[in-house]
Design a protein around this ligand. Structure first.
Ligand SMILES: [Zn+2]
Length: 212
């Protein structure tokens, strides 16, 4: 099985689905992560923002993926905040990655997320008609998502998920307690089922449960 995880920013692969990706990587699933933006604005301190931060975040992401046994990654390198203005061009770039990698599962940000980069990622992937299991995740807000919910249990992987997240040193130092509790200490990871293809195999590998 091949799984493509679409991350609007370097670190989204850890907080929303880190446990699921670690579990699947160990079970022999071939995983690739597609980063849409380079996260150059991802700091509350203006002096930290810019090209150098983008390079740091890229290096942190690649180190974390290698540690997790994930061997493929793609960077589109849009500036964060700019993706929503570039969805038409990005659509063809994302489509090319999907065609090349031919995933059985795509996990992508919800088009209902309140963060514009996440929302843009959702709009792009949704438009690509590809016969794979489509699971979306909500990071910021997003009460409008109404699809069936799939919970993947990850309580046995919390320590390793934290380790995966800490590769993103430039980000982790700014995560507050609520954020860490919500994403890193959660017993389950939550996905919305947007297209049911290859679902039984995914459930078998993750012990995921549909809760309606
Ligand atoms: Zn993000």
């Amino acid at each position: 099985m091949r799984l493509l995880f679409v991350a609007p920013h370097p670190d989204d692969e850890c907080d929303n689905a880190g446990g699921t990706l670690l579990r699947l990587s160990r079970r022999g699933v071939e995983i690739a992560v597609l980063y849409l933006t380079d996260g150059r604005k991802g700091s509350p301190c203006s002096w930290e923002r810019g090209k150098r931060l983008a390079e740091i975040r890229r290096a942190e992401a690649v180190a974390g993926l290698k540690w997790a046994g994930i061997k493929r990654w793609f960077f589109l390198s849009y500036s964060d905040g700019e993706l929503i203005k570039n969805v038409n061009v990005a659509f063809f770039q994302v489509k090319r990655v999907i065609t090349e990698f031919s995933p059985h599962v795509i996990i992508y940000p919800s088009e209902f997320d309140s963060h514009p980069d996440h929302r843009a990622g959702g709009l792009i992937v949704k438009k690509i008609d590809y016969p794979s299991l489509l699971l979306s995740y909500v990071n910021w807000g997003g009460a409008k998502e109404i699809a069936e919910v799939l919970l993947v249990p990850v309580s046995d992987l919390i320590q390793e998920k934290l380790k995966f997240g800490r590769f993103h040193k430039s980000q982790f130092k700014y995560f507050d307690g609520d954020y860490i509790r919500k994403f890193f200490l959660a017993e389950n990871e939550r996905f919305f089922i947007k297209k049911k293809v290859n679902l039984p195999e995914f459930l078998k590998l993750t012990h995921g449960k549909i809760i309606g």
